[in-house]
Design a protein around this ligand. Sequence first.
Ligand code: A2P
Length: 274
Amino acid sequence: MTFAPSALMNDGRTIPLIGFGLWQVPDDVAIDATLAALQAGYRHLDTAAVYENERGVGTAIARSGLPRDEIFVTTKVWNTEHGYDQTLAAMDRSLSLLGLDYVDLYLVHWPSPATGDFVQTWRAVLALHEQGKTRSVGVSNFHAHHLERIIDEFGVVPVLDQIELHPNLQQRPLRSFNAAHGILTEAWSPLASGELLADPTIGAIASKHQVSAAQVMIRWHLQLGHVVLPKSVTPERIRQNIDVFGFTLDAQDLAAIAAMDKGQRTGPNPDEFM
Ligand code: A2P
């Protein structure tokens, strides 16, 4: 079993640097996959209302027998629930499905400029923090201008911004903005949704260190200071993806990966999504 170290967030709490990503994991599959992750040593689970697997994740947490305070659980409010009252209600639904009375981190899933007012959504997230329903507050898929808007409005800086991030999309300006504001950068689709698993540059680095391409990319995220959320439903891969503390990428490896940036998303641009 491998445990990932934790990072300190700007609210004084800590977050395990490797989280188990649950996007695209069906509810029934989520039970076994989450149990496999907990057995492999993951102590950070990343779900969302829109993933429709909160019930499976909650079932796995209960079945694991682990104390609640040893698992860091994140969920997110979906785009169609933007607004103050809707967000409060969305949190209650998520907690009920998870079978929990609090989550460790609640995120605004997308700024979603077309469907709602993320400023009012954020105000509700702050209220949920006051109520003890979430320990920490953050956002996902926010550009710097979205972050500036909520920070200016309420003076509360999100603990992290969860964004699409991998060697094809390195997001340097946003990562710098986050670092300058004490916001952790968290990577979704850290393996470019699997698209980079056969990349020759990554493959050469993997051969050199006798590890897999996935392990190279996860290690790259960690060495850049990201919180990283690899997703897999395959037990052997789940174990492999947290077993990344026995090697270090050197300056040459990091330079080769830095040169891969194409600004290429696998998902939508947050300014244009819903
Ligand atoms: P699977 O879930 O079938 O095991 P990302 O985290 O960037 O979204 O990428 C997820 C994709 O990468 C999934 O298709 C997943 O497959 C695959 N994947 C995750 N970890 C590994 C690994 N260690 N080796 C090969 N493929 C992996």
